[in-house]
Design a protein around this ligand. Structure first.
Ligand SMILES: Nc1ncnc2c1ncn2[C@@H]1O[C@H](COP(=O)(O)OP(=O)(O)O)[C@@H](O)[C@H]1O
Ligand SMILES: O=P(O)(O)OC[C@H]1O[C@H](OP(=O)(O)OP(=O)(O)O)[C@H](O)[C@@H]1O
Length: 193
């Protein structure tokens, strides 16, 4: 946690906004880095998603579209967006964490990056990169979506803007543990850890 010049008051911490194509490894990276990040005082936001609870490999909270809309209108989300036919929300609790000086990592959306930056001008955008061939193979191997949905997710990549210079790019084509180390190194360089 960072403090002001007096060393007493916590300073608003940074939001770490992890983005990347579907299948690039955002969830895997978060899971593999979770222990290191939590030990370093980084909170990891749990997404709320209108995805069925049966969906495999999902650490998020699954809700119905009606429940999502109730939560949204009640102000439950600090950030929320729609993509892939789903609604995604980041709980407003992250603002309490940030205000108390604890950095927060979220699994974000490339399509929502501009709005997220408007809300959190100081956010650190971290973008994963993987070759198109590896993406397709990983999505098929993950097996969470059917072939049609996988093709839609791959097609989405063509319509999303490429990373700008303010996105810190990490390559996740090779070993996941190397990407974990690269993320931790980046967070140290950026004075988040
Ligand atoms: N570095 C890696 N090497 C090999 N497979 C990986 C790597 N990172 C992730 N994967 C695999 O790729 C698939 C997609 O990863 P996932 O974390 O679900 O991506 P995302 O959350 O970005 O959609 C998963 O089956 C995961 O096990
Ligand atoms: O604008 P984009 O960058 O395309 O992102 C769209 C959404 O896809 C990801 O979620 P989800 O867990 O549904 O997909 P993924 O695990 O396949 O990336 C990501 O967290 C966004 O919520």
């Amino acid at each position: 946690m960072q403090h002001d010049a007096s060393g007493k008051l916590p300073v608003m911490a940074r939001l770490i906004y992890l983005i990347g194509p579907s299948g690039s490894g955002k969830d895997s990276l978060i899971d593999a880095a979770r222990g290191h990040l939590q030990a370093a005082g980084v909170e990891i936001a749990r997404r709320v998603i209108t995805r069925s609870a049966e969906a495999k490999g999902e650490a998020a909270l699954s809700v119905t579209p009606e429940d999502f809309e109730h939560m949204r209108s009640a102000g439950a989300f600090a950030l929320h967006w729609q993509a892939n036919g789903l609604c995604y929300g980041i709980p407003v609790q992250i603002d309490t964490w940030l205000a108390s000086g604890r950095p927060v990592l979220v699994n974000g959306s490339r399509g929502y990056l501009a709005e997220a930056r408007r809300r959190y001008p100081d956010l650190l955008a971290v973008g994963l990169r993987v070759s198109p061939e590896a993406l397709r193979a990983r999505l098929l191997a993950r097996g969470r979506e059917g072939v049609v949905e996988i093709e839609q997710r791959l097609a989405r990549n063509a319509s999303v803007l490429p990373y700008d210079d303010d996105v810190q790019v990490l390559d996740n084509s090779a070993d996941l543990h190397a990407t974990v180390q690269a993320l931790l190194e980046l967070l140290r360089e950026q004075h988040v850890l």
